[in-house]
Design a binder for this molecule. Structure first.
Ligand code: HEM
Length: 449
């Protein structure tokens, strides 16, 4: 059927709460995640007006699968991403089409070049260092501790021993500033760039410093490329199988910054939520500790252990379900049929894993942390494709998912084999929108088990 003769986007309903001229800016500003989770339109698509810009929000698994997988060739990055170029450059998260496919092949090959056992060893070492420094009754900002932990692990995987103290401190500082400011920067209209805005200035300066430090590390490695087997060396050695071409140093820097930013923010937020959820569900925490004790018997995780921690991984599966990406934005780069509708070129779409994962038709009692919903028994319901998207799907699916599972399993096991974390009663934790929502702050008290 010709595209033009199909139903048009005009038939897609607008989400409730729209105000003339302002669109849905008010609910998006005041309670964005609750607003997204409340969207369950009949046809699986609803229009959300971000000021004057209509964005078609996809909350139905079948449509999400079309957007992310089967029709992905007609979709590129959405507008939100354009604003991230000063920090992510031409890194994987920013490119499209054939360029993206070629680059992704190289990055995946480099990531796979570090054996999974190495990620387990590095994670176990860093997690031990962190948890052995905690003291009974101490208050720990778990969100910050997890950020430092994941970044430390990724930095060691990327630069092994080649990273000096000063460079490590600079990367830690800048990455934190960039991670905090990234969403504000992405949604601020370009028009306002000229106005003085201290948070944006801090963000821009941190982005520039982060890129500068990584540039210097690449330069140093070019001068002494003796026998490293880390991600940096693997990215330098990566060659396109068709053309034999490698990456320029600028591109290697963009990929490293992308991996550090994408990996740290999301895995750290998920880990922080894990401890928040375990504290709210003592029966789940007891079962997890029982498993960790049985499998590890008091020793740190070793290669081969993470897959044996099956209950721990089911808990993490629930955490990534409940605290998933609010939006995976896309823009059509050619006219395309989606959900039987004609979608013209230049349309902004966004799949919402967050909304989907909280849909009771897909996940009964969705607000409940229930690791056993992932036990497959005879007769258990099979989820439709496109319904569970913590790592996205298709050609843009997360390239760090396996690393994330290792890092997170090892870290949860390390904390739970030594400590119980109790919420510090004075703070009510809020979900802050980000690539993966993060806690605004997560102060917890360390207790003996
Ligand atoms: C719990 C942890 C993580 C979660 C929930 C997560 C989630 C995601 C999601 C949903 C996407 C797809 C975005 C889209 O379709 O628009 C993505 C892409 C990506 N992730 Fe992750 N991620 C995690 C950890 C990591 C780690 C540890 C790394 C790196 C070591 C990483 C690197 C990336 C990169 C580079 C992309 C872009 C892929 C592309 O565009 O081809 N992520 N991630």
């Amino acid at each position: 059927m010709a595209l033009a003769s199909l139903a048009s986007l005009g038939s897609v309903p607008a989400a409730r709460g729209r105000i003339p001229l302002a669109g849905h800016t008010v609910p998006l500003w005041r309670r964005p995640l609750a607003f997204l989770a409340s969207q369950r339109p009949k046809g699986g698509m609803v229009r959300v007006d971000v000021g004057p810009l209509p964005v078609y929000l996809v909350t139905d698994p079948e449509l999400a699968y079309e957007v992310l997988v089967t029709k992905a060739a007609s979709l590129g990055r959405g507008r939100l991403y354009e604003r991230l170029r000063p920090v992510l450059g031409l890194g994987l998260a920013m490119s499209d089409g054939g360029e993206h496919r070629r680059q992704r092949r190289l990055v995946r090959a480099a990531l796979r070049g570090v054996p999974p056992a190495r990620y387990t060893e590095i994670s176990a070492h860093h997690a031990e260092e962190l948890t052995s420094a905690w003291r009974t009754a101490e208050m720990v900002r778990v969100d910050e501790a997890m950020f430092d932990l994941v970044l430390g692990i990724l930095l060691e995987a990327a630069f092994s021993s080649g990273l000096g103290r000063a460079a490590a401190a600079e990367i830690r500082f800048s990455t934190r500033v960039v991670a905090k400011g990234v969403l504000g920067r992405a949604i601020t209209p370009r028009l306002l760039d000229r106005l003085p805005n201290p948070p944006h200035q801090r963000y821009d300066a941190a982005a520039a410093r982060l890129r500068f430090v990584v540039d210097t590390l690449i330069e140093d490695r070019r001068a002494d490329d003796g026998g490293f087997d880390d991600l940096l060396s693997l990215l330098m050695a990566a060659r396109d199988p068709e053309t034999g071409a490698g990456m320029t140093d600028d591109r290697i820097r963009d990929e490293l910054v992308t991996l550090l930013m994408a990996g740290t923010e999301q895995a750290a937020a998920t880990l922080a939520w894990s401890f928040h959820e375990l504290a709210r569900h003592p029966e789940v925490a007891d079962r997890l500790r029982e498993e960790v004790d049985r499998v590890l018997d008091g020793r740190p995780c070793a290669p081969g252990d993470p897959p044996r921690l099956a209950y721990t991984q089911r808990v993490l599966n629930e955490v990534v379900r409940l605290h998933a990406a609010p939006l995976l934005p896309r823009r059509t780069c050619s006219p395309v049929k989606i959900g039987g509708m004609h979608v013209p070129e230049g349309t902004e779409l966004a799949v919402s894993p967050y909304a989907m994962h909280r849909n009771p038709w897909l996940f009964p009692y969705p607000e409940r942390l229930d690791p056993d919903r992932w036990v497959s028994t005879e007769g258990s319901r099979i989820l439709p494709r496109g319904a569970f998207l913590p790592f996205g799907d298709g050609g843009r699916r997360c390239v760090g998912d396996a690393i994330a599972w290792t890092v997170m399993t090892v870290a949860v096991a390390a904390v739970c084999s030594r400590w119980r974390l109790r919420p510090a009663g004075w703070h009510r934790v809020r979900e802050v929108p980000a690539a993966v929502p993060r806690p605004d702050a997560l102060p917890m008290i360390v207790e003996n088990r």
